[in-house]
Design a protein. Structure first.
Length: 146
């Protein structure tokens, strides 16, 4: 998690675009799936975020009504991750009042990484995301009776 935190705090944080859309799987620190799948898209020039529901439907979790996604500021990144990054890491993020979506690139990385930062009870929680290949969305697991 320390590398992830370091990866996301550079002074410049915007410039996400259509290439950053897709379906993403949330994973833990050992890259094991957490069971959450998100879809990120741009519709009519606005970012759209959807959460995969147990029945397979997509729930729009984008902020509506006055909280558009804006480029992240350097102070946002420090607030979310607690420290400034090394100079070798370039995050690009958009944010609203409840969550942020970030892409980061390091000089050593073969590909970009993604993080969703969500606000829960006034605390920011970073969630590592892995982009799924097109058409490789995992099937929702059936709900178990309790």
């Amino acid at each position: 998690m320390a590398l992830l935190v370091a990866c996301l705090c550079s002074p410049v944080a915007s410039a996400l675009d259509e290439q950053d859309t897709g379906t993403f799987l949330a994973v833990d620190e050992q890259a094991e799936p957490l069971g959450k799948v998100f879809r990120v898209s741009i519709e009519d020039g606005r970012w759209k975020f959807e959460d995969r529901q147990p029945d397979g439907a997509w729930l729009d979790v984008s902020c509506h009504g006055g909280c558009d996604h804006l480029p992240a500021r350097p102070e946002d990144l420090v607030s979310w991750f607690g420290a400034p990054p090394p100079d070798t890491i370039r995050p690009e993020c958009i944010r609203n009042t409840e969550f942020a979506f970030c892409r980061f690139h390091t000089a050593q990385a073969e590909h970009d990484g993604y993080v969703l930062v969500v606000r829960i009870n006034s605390e920011w929680l970073p969630i590592t995301l892995v982009r799924l290949p097109e058409g490789a969305e995992p099937k929702p697991e059936p709900l178990e009776a309790t």
